[in-house]
Design a protein around this ligand. Structure first.
Ligand code: AMP
Length: 283
């Protein structure tokens, strides 16, 4: 067997800075919360193709969890994560303890305002303050030329891009397409917590998005009609409990009455304790 590539590991701010001093440029950064899967792998592989140095960060960020049980239950799979980073050719994995990201006395919150009023921001109070704050810290620590984020978390992507532009952080934010299982379910670290019956039901999110897409392709432009198409499809699955469905302007995330341009379809759906999100941009 060939030697498996082993990434270096940094666990402190100082260790990360030291490891990156003199590293070949450009640097590509992939922030994650671990429990790595094929969605993360696609980000890592893209970063590998486009950069001389690839840094993955693995940090389950307590500040972005609005629900203590969700944080406690969040899967942690360190050995598997390092194996995936090795396979993807990652050079350095930053796995900080909480005190390294938020040292004692940490007293700053980054708040992106209008973009976080709807969708996930409305249903998960404080979530995007946690995301924007941790990503600002990570982008500043790594000083990367590029950072890679998944379209799977469409609102997060917009929030991070806005935050980096507004705070003059010179890292380019790059969007990567959503990776799905064969049955259409968007891959997520939370999928492993679904029961077999819930897992079998979960592709209904993608079916609902596709139902609204079919209406859109047939000329439907009414926001209410498109939202109804998604809700009707979700209603066919008794285990699915929709939290919201949305048809929004892709740049502002404001809900659309009558679409005059591209839209972003998105939704959050509960299966028991597990909350799944998905989205589909339409042009
Ligand atoms: P997470 O570890 O869930 O915070 O995700 C880390 C990054 O991976 C984020 O930029 C996510 O949007 C991205 N990501 C998660 N799941 C997927 C997926 N199925 N396809 C593409 N990107 C993903």
């Amino acid at each position: 067997m060939p030697d498996q590539h082993r990434p270096r590991i940094a666990t402190t701010r100082a260790g990360l800075r030291a490891a990156l001093a003199g590293a070949p440029r450009p640097i590509g950064l992939v922030p994650t919360m671990g429990a790595l899967h094929d969605g993360h792998r696609a980000l890592l592989e893209r970063a590998r193709r486009e950069n001389a140095t690839v840094v993955a960060t693995i940090f389950v960020n307590p500040m972005q969890f609005d629900n203590a049980a969700d944080l406690a239950a969040y899967p942690r799979t360190e050995a598997g994560d390092l194996a995936i980073c090795g396979e993807a050719g990652v050079d350095l994995v930053f796995m900080p303890g909480g005190d390294e990201v938020y040292p004692p006395g940490f007293d700053t919150t980054v708040h992106v305002d209008r973009l976080t009023r709807g969708l996930e921001g409305e249903h998960r109070p404080g979530h995007f303050d946690g995301v924007a704050t941790v990503v600002a810290v990570l982008l500043n620590l790594a000083g990367a030329e590029r950072a890679y984020f998944g379209q799977k978390d469409a609102q997060q992507l917009l929030v991070v891009r806005r935050m980096a532009a507004d705070l003059a952080i010179p890292t380019e934010v790059i969007a990567c397409p959503t990776v799905r299982d064969r049955d259409g379910l968007a891959i997520s670290s939370r999928n492993v917590r679904l029961t077999p019956a819930q897992r079998a039901a979960a592709p209904v999110l993608h079916r609902a998005l596709r139902a609204a897409e079919a209406a859109w392709r047939a000329g439907e432009r009414s926001g209410d009609a498109l939202r109804r198409a998604m809700l009707d499809a979700l209603a066919a699955e008794p285990l699915a409990d929709p939290e919201y469905v949305s048809v929004a302007e892709p740049a502002t995330l404001r809900e659309v009455d009558e679409a005059t341009g591209p839209v972003l379809l998105s939704m959050a759906v509960r299966f028991g304790e597990i909350r799944l999100i998905d989205n589909l941009p339409l042009a």
